[in-house]
Design a protein around this ligand. Structure first.
Ligand SMILES: C[S@@+](CC[C@H](N)C(=O)[O-])C[C@H]1O[C@@H](n2cnc3c(N)ncnc32)[C@H](O)[C@@H]1O
Length: 323
């Protein structure tokens, strides 16, 4: 049995018997007026953060959600779109799709505005999506891609890039690791399926997303997730895992590379006009969100009339940064 089969088995079990705490969610499910979430759906929240960023969503979106789980985030997305088939929710495990369907039936009884046909549940694989090229404006996955081995992760990211329309957004929530995970643990298929041992580092993950063709990335949250402790997992030291929420845009990278906004801000308080490395004017006395490469450019210049702050990893300004 390969790790993909082990993953299917684990999520079959998690569909048949909801496992509160299978993935430990690091952000609270936010309150939306008029949205009541069935308790079982909440219990089956197998994500690690959130991909539903309320300020970014409009009624017109067509949303692809891969790895539907109990259906919580698909329901939250449908809250915004409210059109038939406006949320396409894919899962590879038939038992999980059945469970999501039942949970959405419950949600129909609890929410007068909701109709099950808003969400098109479909059996499919993240590695080969049953979705047309350039057909969705938003794509999302929560706590699935971290499970994939590197070659499969490349395929899954390429698939998300393929199905998005130009300018479309890909929301990710996934665990990452602060230190490389030893090979013996990476090979543990069950731990991998539980989102614990296949995870990449922050930089590895971003490199993969950029290589898939996404030209702008905004880091929306980065929080502590779990500890792989040395006694339980036979390690030489404890390893802190974090969870990351980000959005990657299907837009072309600049000649100088992709732009990664991680909450770094530049404040210029000098006298003459200041330009960045690409010739754009930096406003005076105004906090100016900058991408990592602009932040690094000014750090190296070490000017006495510029302050560049450290990344906060909580950035949510859509495309209003330096680039
Ligand atoms: C950790 S759960 C996350 C569920 C949901 N996204 C959430 O946040 O609650 C992973 C989900 O991905 C599904 N899955 C596993 N392998 C998959 C694949 N190759 N393609 C699509 N879905 C898959 C599982 O059945 C499960 O529903």
């Amino acid at each position: 049995m390969g790790y993909l089969d082990t993953t299917n088995e684990l999520y079959k079990e998690a569909a048949l018997i909801p496992q509160d705490g299978l993935c430990c969610v690091t952000s609270k499910s936010r309150f939306l007026p008029g949205l009541t979430i069935p308790a079982v759906m909440q219990e089956m929240n197998y994500g690690c953060g959130t991909t539903v960023h309320f300020g970014d969503l409009s009624h017109e979106e067509t949303i692809l959600y891969v790895g539907v789980g109990g259906g919580l985030e698909a329901l939250q997305f449908a809250y915004f779109t409210r059109r038939p088939k406006s949320v396409i929710a894919v899962d590879k495990v038939p038992e999980m799709l059945d469970k999501a369907r039942q949970n959405l039936e419950l949600a129909t009884k609890m929410n007068a505005w909701f109709r099950p046909d808003f969400i098109y549940l479909i059996n499919g694989d993240a590695l080969s999506l049953p979705v047309e090229t350039e057909s969705v404006t938003v794509a999302a996955q929560n706590c699935l891609f971290n499970i994939f081995e590197q070659d499969d992760l490349t395929k899954a990211l390429a698939e998300m890039h393929r199905v998005l329309k130009p300018g479309g957004r890909f929301y990710i929530s996934d665990p990452i690791t602060t230190k490389p995970i030893p090979e013996q643990l990476r090979k543990d298929e069950r731990l991998r399926a539980m989102c614990l041992s296949g995870v990449s580092t922050y930089q590895e993950y971003l490199n993969k997303i950029v290589s898939a063709g996404f030209g702008t990335i905004e880091i929306q949250a980065r929080r502590p997730f779990r500890v792989l402790d040395k006694d339980r997992y036979g390690l030489s030291e404890n390893i802190l895992l974090e969870s990351i929420d980000l959005v990657a845009y299907k837009n072309p990278a600049l000649a100088s590379g992709a732009r990664i906004f991680a909450g770094e801000t530049l404040i210029y308080f000098g006298k003459e006009r200041l330009r960045d490395e690409d010739g754009r004017i930096i406003p005076r006395d105004i906090p100016h969100p900058v991408c990592q490469k602009t932040a690094d450019y000014f750090r190296k210049l070490n000017r006495c009339d510029v302050v560049v702050t450290a990344p906060t990893y909580h950035y949510n300004g859509i495309n209003n940064g330096c680039c």
